[in-house]
Design a protein around this ligand. Structure first.
Ligand code: OTU
Length: 631
């Protein structure tokens, strides 16, 4: 038994020697030499004091080598292609879609049959919601995983998933699946073995004999799913307590144990070799715990992600991580780097788009674009209008205070507004996880229902289009919740299903809205109008190189209801985006626009526009204008 040393030279030499003896090829050894020093450093920070840290590091590397040895040739070809073009995902042609395999279809085969439609939309990325084996009944929509190597038999098999990944790839679409690595279901074999005290598994989870430690931890942790259980722990049948941040059947893994890292690295490499191109790293903020802290976004959470990243760089270099951190914007940003998660949801832009639509005031959104949008090179936002989860108001209190907004009261207003309690609201949402102790709540609802289409608000459709137009233009990968492009509404029938009734997020996870899809070319229906407008915008975006990448220059339109920014391509061609969240037309005066040459091209209408008399933006309207600097 030897410990990891801060200077890893000898350890690294020994591991490389073992990899050579194992028969690792030159490609692999080259990447191991590049990434092992980083992985060793991360391991010594995470597991320097652990008696088996070094041994585990060696085993993880050996696992990576055997994974590479069996990696299918077409995936190795993809690796080479991505390495030659590391910014491939920043292209203006990128478009994501997300759906449930058993709700958008009835299994993997039905998803395969949708490929022609995905191509018609222009998808280049498809996120299939959790599809692994999970408990019967409530499984948190599959976020309680019982095996990472078996597909839920109701949906298909792992062979079918790999075949689907290959077929999607041929269609130019990257398969994205969740890597739910903070917790497993209580039915996972590791969980059963841990409870039974089987050697090697006792420390896979955080199990305590009595309330002493749970009470101590809960002094500083938040309640995430208070409707399910208070605090962060649940009691086992034998009286012990296990850490369960989310549902009582989702047990948090103990990453302080390097055997857990090793086991999960194995699952990740397995999925990478099935042809998954992007892993959505679920609940990243929660993966490391330390007494006396909130146990969220601790420094070790980043070290763990970086260590997983280093393992992947060796054995499946084209694979990307997408961070799911729905937390304070400072913390969201900390997960994003080429060495950690290359992609991240952009929860701030999502929430502030809705905030702006409710308040008819774009200042918080504009401020966020100004100060919180920039990203390191070779990373990108994933911009979504809504997801399968609730909307949480994760803006920074301090940002709001600068604009004279009291964050607590504002969140309360937004919750009331979006669950239809505020006078004059256009939204039909429902509350999720209201916590009477803290006054916290989040909101569930489909885009169309939240935007006013369900309520029959005359501006509802314009708001749906406006929200998507922002997600398509600020920079990053826009992500469509499939069905929203045909204006699907809330589905309240979840309340009659005992497995779903306790989780209001089901209201916005309807089955594929067949009627809406049938109407999608009929402009006399909301589905037809929204589909027509959104697909037009999508094809314009694809043909607009200025929308690639992430760099954005704020543009002050001198109106509190108008968001303004400029995007540019490599040749410095520029597109000015102006969006009016207000209920009244907004006028941008000539002086404000006088920095641009007097004639601009409207990318949406195809018309040439004169800027010399100022511009009128209709209520809930926006413009994508190709402008040139005044010479
Ligand atoms: C994620 O979300 C998933 O997206 C959810 O669908 C799961 O229920 C959950 O993890 C457990 O696997 O609390 O309300 O960033 O906001 O990780 C959603 C913190 C959630 C959490 C987020 C979590």
């Amino acid at each position: 038994m030897s410990h990891l040393t801060a200077d890893g030279t000898e350890d690294i030499a020994r591991i490389l020697e073992a990899l050579r003896a194992q028969g690792a090829d030159d490609d692999f050894l080259f990447r191991a030499r590049t990434h092992l020093p980083r992985l060793h450093r991360l391991f010594s920070e995470l597991y320097g004091d652990h008696p088996h840290g070094l041994e585990r590091l060696g085993e993880v590397c050996s696992l990576a080598a055997s994974s590479w040895a069996t990696r299918p040739l077409e995936l190795k070809a993809l690796d080479a292609q991505r390495e030659a073009n590391p910014t491939w995902f920043e292209s203006e042609r990128m478009l994501g879609g997300v759906c449930y395999v058993d709700r958008y279809g009835d299994g993997l085969d039905s998803i395969r049959r949708q490929i022609p439609y995905f191509r018609e939309l222009g998808l280049t990325y498809l996120h299939l919601m959790p599809l692994f084996e999970s408990p019967e009944g409530n499984s948190d929509g599959g976020y309680a995983v019982s095996s990472y190597r078996r597909v839920n038999p109701a949906l298909g098999s792992m062979e079918e998933l790999a075949a689907l990944a290959a077929e999607l790839r041929l269609a130019g679409i990257s398969l994205v699946v969740d890597f739910i690595f903070n917790h497993t279901s209580n039915e996972h074999e590791w969980a059963r073995k841990a409870v039974a005290g089987e050697p090697g598994f006792e420390d896979f989870y955080l199990i305590f004999p009595d309330r002493t430690m749970p009470d101590a931890y809960e002094r500083t942790t938040r309640e995430i799913f208070p409707d399910d259980h208070p605090g962060s722990f649940v009691q086992l049948a034998d009286g012990r307590w296990v850490w369960a941040t989310f549902y009582h059947f989702q047990w948090d893994l103990n990453y302080a144990n390097p055997a857990v890292f090793q086991a999960m690295a194995g699952e990740m490499l397995f999925l990478a070799n099935q042809g998954v191109e992007i892993l959505r790293m679920d609940a990243v903020a929660f993966i490391w715990k330390r007494l006396g802290t909130a146990c969220e976004s601790l420094p070790e959470a980043h070290l763990l992600l970086q260590a997983f990243n280093a393992v992947l760089r060796m054995a499946a270099p084209s694979l990307l991580f997408k961070s799911e951190a729905i937390v304070h914007p400072d913390e969201v940003a900390e997960y994003i780097s080429p060495d950690e998660c290359q992609l991240s949801y952009n929860p701030l832009q999502m929430a502030l788009t809705w905030e702006a639509l409710a308040t008819r005031d774009a200042r918080l959104l504009q401020q966020a674009l100004e100060r919180r949008h920039a990203l390191p090179p070779e990373t990108a936002w994933v911009n979504y209008v809504r997801s399968h989860d609730d909307i949480g108001w994760t803006f920074a209190d301090e940002d709001a205070a600068e604009l004279g907004i009291d964050a607590f009261g504002h969140r309360r207003f937004l919750n009331d507004f979006y669950v239809g309690r505020a006078p004059g609201t256009f939204a039909r949402g429902v509350p999720f996880q209201e916590n009477p102790k803290t006054g916290d709540a989040r909101v569930a609802g489909t885009t169309a229902s939240l935007a006013g289409v369900e309520a029959g608000d005359p501006a509802g459709e314009d708001r749906v289009v406006l929200a998507h137009a922002l997600a398509m233009s600020t920079g990053g990968i826009p992500l469509l919740y499939l069905g929203d492009e045909v204006a699907q509404l809330n589905d309240y029938s979840y309340a009659d299903d005992p497995d779903e009734a306790g989780d209001s997020r089901w209201v916005h996870r309807p089955h594929r809205p067949e009627k809406n899809y049938a109407e999608r070319t009929d402009a006399s229906t909301p589905a037809g109008r929204i589909f027509g407008r959104l697909t037009d915008l999508l094809s314009i975006r694809r043909a607009t190189p200025e929308f690639g990448g992430n760099t954005l220059w704020p543009f002050d339109a001198h109106s509190s209801a108008v968001v303004g920014f400029v995007r540019a391509d490599a040749a410095q061609s520029k597109v000015l985006v102006l969006a009016n969240v207000g209920d009244h037309p907004a006028r941008i005066d000539a002086l404000t626009l006088s920095g641009w040459a007097p004639t601009a091209a409207d990318l949406v209408t195809g018309d040439s526009v004169s800027l010399s008399d100022g511009l009128d933006l209709p209520a809930h309207g926006f413009r994508w204008l190709r402008v040139s600097d005044r010479s």
